[in-house]
Design a protein around this ligand. Structure first.
Ligand SMILES: Cc1cc2nc3c(=O)[nH]c(=O)nc-3n(C[C@H](O)[C@H](O)[C@H](O)COP(=O)(O)OP(=O)(O)OC[C@H]3O[C@@H](n4cnc5c(N)ncnc54)[C@H](O)[C@@H]3O)c2cc1C
Length: 1006
């Protein structure tokens, strides 16, 4: 696509100047300082801290149903000495401090009503009737409309259905009136301006189907089509227009596919539009392939081009996940893309109608001039702006272009606040054209200049940030999670799974001293979704093989210990590379062997890579001897050496991540390893052999010894030549290991160190002001992701009384909406538990839960799934649980969630802390004070504020608990390796005959 020709620039600038002069002296109402909203916007633009507090307060406001909670939040958000806080908020905040007297109540009421009227400014009505009235008024003023129903976050199919019904309701209300409406400009055929339907609605597809997710493209599109089609039929019946809005990038592909399905299903009905976002780097390709498709199927289409509303979200998400940032990072790049793609659409106006949606006078002028130059007929393009914003722009547009449509959201204030925050952010962003024009009163020439020139200026003098850490290696970064918006990522799984199926099922030997070793005793590892499918017949080590493995490790120790730390680290980096090269195959193995969903399996492999990369760097850091003290004439060095042979006893729930984490920590510290994987994940365990072979590890340093715990477990722990035992698993086994390791065996030369990560009974607290859209999904994911079999999984949700019913209703509906079935099908949210023993154990706890509480959800296993013989258990949520119930105290390790009621935050924290475990926890709250309390008083190893309790990342969320949840310091954290090392200190007297060499950092007399 080619940029706007520079020859057009003078005309664009002239047009822009005329535009500005036609609206001179006017300002959008949001910037009118005579009004409360304008004042707040002004404060927000001057003070970033206030802006954050204010927008967060706006966001929480609809949840503050009592005068008490409103007062409390005003105080928490706005009390303090900050002179930048507007008086009305400050007074409200101070008055509440003194017991919430009458004055405070009045002020609080004023604040609430001011914010509500702020929201109303952007929303055409809360009810269908009000919306219709508002629309009629707009039409009287000569504006067309596109109606949007607020309510983007649906967490269950019940909510999605209600959302769809909301559309049908308002369409029915409009239908009754429709005949009475004159077409705008007395257009022929009852069409506005003679060519476009009077009724126009916008739909946000993800809200129509609560189970939308990029990993399941087909299922998402099917769900969206099924839910939106009735609305589209109604629109068609009314002779209206429907535009499919574009949301976050993760829904882009499904949205385009949805459009194509509807458009081809009703080929004779042309009034269907779609939105593309110019801020996406892919926009040129997005639009050209879409128009290419339209030509291919020979169907006219319509595009609304926007810059895009989720710039911050997309940027943060990409940065957090280390994905390439999908949006342009310089604002003029979005502007250039808009002009370029807008022109391209105009060039294709024979098949594509164009809705130019922008408040930017430069952008609008560029489109107008391109349209004029290309001689695009007027009915082939129109202009759109948001209701409640940029009134001068819409007026100016109407004067010159006539065809202006207002995007009118309507609906409850609750979802309305999220929309309001977006609009406030948009208006106060430094990059916003509206802010620059009407608030900053920027120079008109700059506002109208070619964005290419603005970009050139911005790029001048930019510097690059260093990407190396102190060891001279690239800085540690977490391996990016799978981005399932990429087709290659989605296609990789079926391919890897099919490949695995062709090769799996054979004998899996032990690996001792660089040799495969077979045994007569074997144990089949099977697919828990289909137990007849065998992944491998795994040889089982007995005591004899354990002795051989320890002997090999022991023999390798003295050499491996003295290999330079950098060289040991190098082996880890090579191992990491091997996993990166084989990430899908490694993950596919987990999908079939332990029933992990694609994303969970990839995250597991990613975590293994992270451990390798992180511990390699940590060893290089620790490997440098540290001078102790600075006394002249003496050189004291502290340094570390590996402790000796390490026994690593790993769990099946993070079969690669935790195994690799413990094994690599031991190895990089100079300790050869005897590794015992869990029985149900021994094939994943065997993959470590290939990994270490690829890394070139010497024989004997890594020994793979799966075996029955009852046969060889104690023998390994008791072995006198084992120095370190790294264990992750149940509390019972962990305690047993500690007890046995404490006993000195004949011939034993050193005290054993035990690092044990054990169980959890993790709670999530839901405060009365929690954002339920996030809290419900966060709890669902924490409790039922990978079938609740993570040690960090949420098994108790503690809900404050005043929000209990609302939360529980949404949670239970959400839990009823998710799909259950084999994890290899990405549509399924929950699969089988790991094996038959786990299945029996969970079923036992489901029974206990039923006896102790009130069953809120029990998703019985379907007959189809039962017929597979898979290890399925019902997804279970049980209410009325109190702290003395067994289900509130014992670790289940399965998809059983207890809901507990707390009268206030004191009680919620007491309940959360009331078990013998202290692993993870989370709280969803928008009260700064309660978040601070949780920070201090919610005593767990890993606490998450407004995030799920699961998904720890190496370094960023170094992981591990205390109390009965474990002993040792956090894995993936800076202290972890120290546990595998013995510190040594060597002190040399450097003075000879009264002469001492001078060292750089000596503490001589100054
Ligand atoms: C009728 C209508 C319908 C809409 N429908 C949708 C929709 O379906 N989906 C959707 O996402 N949005 C939609 N929007 C919102 C729209 O995306 C924003 O209103 C629009 O981006 C603002 O652009 P502007 O040209 O008015 O203002 P400008 O101030 O010129 O542009 C602001 C925009 O620039 C981009 N930007 C900001 N900072 C940067 C940066 N550092 N680097 C690169 N780019 C940056 C962002 O997209 C930001 O919104 C719609 C808007 C209208 C008017």
């Amino acid at each position: 696509m080619s940029a706007t020709p520079t020859s057009l620039d003078p005309r664009i600038i002239t047009r822009g100047r005329e535009f500005f002069s036609s609206i001179s002296g006017e300002s959008p109402s949001v910037f009118n300082k005579g009004w409360w909203t304008g004042k707040v916007m002004d404060w927000a633009m001057k003070n970033e801290d206030f802006k954050v507090q204010m927008f967060r307060f706006v966001d929480v406001l609809p949840y503050l149903s009592t005068s008490e909670s409103l007062s409390r939040h005003i105080e928490e958000y706005f009390a303090g000495d900050d002179s930048n806080i507007p008086d009305v908020l400050k007074w409200g905040a101070t008055k509440t401090k003194f017991g919430g007297g009458l004055v405070a109540k009045v002020l609080n009421k004023t604040i609430r009503s001011n914010i509500e009227s702020m929201a109303r400014q952007f929303i055409i009505g809360q009810e269908a009737k009000e919306a219709v009235k508002g629309i009629k008024k707009l039409r009287k003023d000569g504006f067309a409309f596109v109606l949007d129903l607020l309510g983007e976050a649906t967490v269950s199919e019940v909510e999605s259905a209600a959302y769809r019904d909301g559309y049908l309701e308002v369409l029915n209300a409009i239908h009754k009136e429709l005949d009475k409406w004159n077409a705008l400009d007395n257009g022929a055929g009852g069409l506005d301006w003679g060519h476009t339907p009077k009724v126009n609605v916008a739909v946000k597809p993800s809200a129509f189907y609560s189970q939308s997710k990029p990993v399941d493209l087909e299922g998402t599109v099917d769900g969206m089509v099924a839910s939106i089609e009735p609305v589209y039929k109604k629109v068609m019946e009314m002779g209206g227009f429907m535009c499919i809005d574009m949301e976050q990038l993760k829904y882009k592909e499904a949205t385009v596919e949805l459009y194509k399905r509807l458009r081809t299903k009703y080929p004779d009905y042309p009034h269907l539009g779609i939105v593309f976002q110019a801020y996406l780097r892919s926009v040129d390709e997005d639009v050209s392939s879409f128009i290419g498709w339209a030509r291919e199927v020979n169907l006219p289409v319509s595009i609304r081009l926007v810059k895009g509303a989720y710039w911050d979200y997309e940027t943060v998400l990409a940065k957090q996940n280390d994905w390439p940032v999908p949006v342009w990072t310089h604002k003029p790049e979005s502007d250039m893309a808009y002009e370029r793609v807008g022109r391209y659409i105009l060039e294709n106006s024979d098949i594509c109608h164009f809705a130019c949606a922008s408040h930017n006078i430069r952008t609008i002028s560029a489109i107008m001039e391109s349209a004029a130059e290309l001689k695009v007929p007027e009915e082939r393009y129109e202009f759109q702006v948001l209701y409640g914003m940029a009134e001068p722009v819409r007026k100016g547009l109407k004067n010159v272009a006539k065809r202006v449509r207002l995007y009118c959201p309507y609906g409850d204030l609750l979802p309305g606040m999220a929309y309001l925050v977006r609009r406030l952010l948009e208006n106060t962003a430094n990059e916003s054209f509206l802010k620059q024009t009407f608030a900053d009163e920027a120079d008109m020439d700059r506002l109208l200049e070619n964005p290419a020139e603005t970009l050139r200026r911005q790029l001048e003098g930019k510097c690059v940030t260093p990407s190396e850490d102190k060891c001279g290696m690239p800085r540690f970064k977490n391996f990016p999670p799978a981005d399932f918006t990429l087709a290659a990522e989605r296609d990789a799984y079926p391919a890897s799974i099919a490949k695995l199926r062709k090769t799996m099922g054979g004998t899996v030997p032990l690996y001792i001293n660089g040799q495969d070793v077979t045994t007569a005793d074997t144990l089949d590892s099977y697919n828990p979704a289909l137990p007849s499918e065998i992944l491998g017949s795994v040889c089982q080590a007995g005591v004899e093989e354990v002795d051989r493995a320890v002997e090999a490790a022991s023999a390798a120790y003295l050499t491996w210990r003295d290999v330079a730390p950098e060289e040991r680290a190098e082996a880890l980096l090579k191992a990491a590379q091997y996993l990166k090269d084989n990430v899908h195959d490694m993950a596919a193995l987990q999908v079939l062997e332990v029933g992990k969903q694609w994303d969970q399996a990839q995250a597991d492999v990613g975590e293994a890579i992270d451990f390798l990369e992180y511990y390699a760097r940590e060893m290089i850091r620790l490997g440098k001897p540290r001078r102790m003290g600075r006394a002249p004439g003496e050189m004291s060095h502290l340094f570390y050496q590996g402790k000796g042979v390490a026994a690593v006893i790993a769990p099946w729930n993070f079969p690669m991540a935790i195994s690799v984490g413990m094994v690599s920590a031991a190895i990089v510290c100079g300790n050869p390893v005897v590794y015992k994987p869990a029985g149900s994940s021994s094939c994943v365990g065997r993959a470590l052999v290939d990994m270490w072979k690829a890394a070139g590890l010497p024989d004997g340093v890594f020994n793979y010894c799966p075996g029955r715990g009852s046969v060889m477990g104690d023998h390994l722990v008791d072995h006198p030549e084992v120095s370190v035992i790294a264990f992750t698993g149940s509390m019972e086994v962990g305690l047993r290991i500690q007890e046995r390791a404490a006993k000195v065996q004949p011939g034993q030369q050193q005290c054993k160190r035990v690092i044990a990560e054990m169980g959890g009974k993790n709670a999530i607290i839901i405060d009365d002001d929690a954002d339920l859209d996030e809290a419900v999904l966060g709890v669902l994911y924490s409790a039922f992701g990978f079938q609740g079999q993570k040690c960090s999984a949420c098994s108790r949700v503690v809900v404050l009384d005043s929000i209990y019913d609302r939360f529980v209703e949404r949670l239970t509906e959400a839990a009823k909406s998710v799909k259950l079935g084999p994890s290899e099908n990405p549509a399924n949210y929950m699969g089988p538990v790991v094996d038959k023993a786990a299945q029996q154990n969970v079923l036992r706890y489901v029974k206990i839960a039923e006896e102790e509480g009130r069953v809120l959800v029990k998703r019985e296993v379907s007959e189809d799934l039962k017929a597979t013989g898979g290890c399925y258990v019902p997804l279970t949520i049980v209410g009325d649980i109190t702290r003395d119930h067994r289900i509130a105290q014992e670790e289940v390790f399965g998809p059983v969630l207890s809901v507990m009621r707390a009268k206030d935050m004191d009680e919620a924290l007491a309940i959360a802390n009331s078990t013998k475990f202290a692993l993870t926890g989370a709280i969803y709250s928008r009260s700064p004070r309660n978040l601070e309390r949780a920070y201090k008083e919610f005593r767990v190893g890993n606490l998450y504020l407004n995030k799920p309790s699961v998904g720890a990342l190496v370094e960023r969320h170094a992981f591990g608990g205390f109390k009965m949840s474990g002993v040792g310091s956090k894995s993936g954290g800076p202290d972890y390796l120290l546990q595998f090392l013995d510190p040594r200190l060597v002190c040399e007297n450097t003075m000879r005959r009264g002469f001492a060499p001078i060292e750089e950092d000596d503490d001589w007399l100054s």
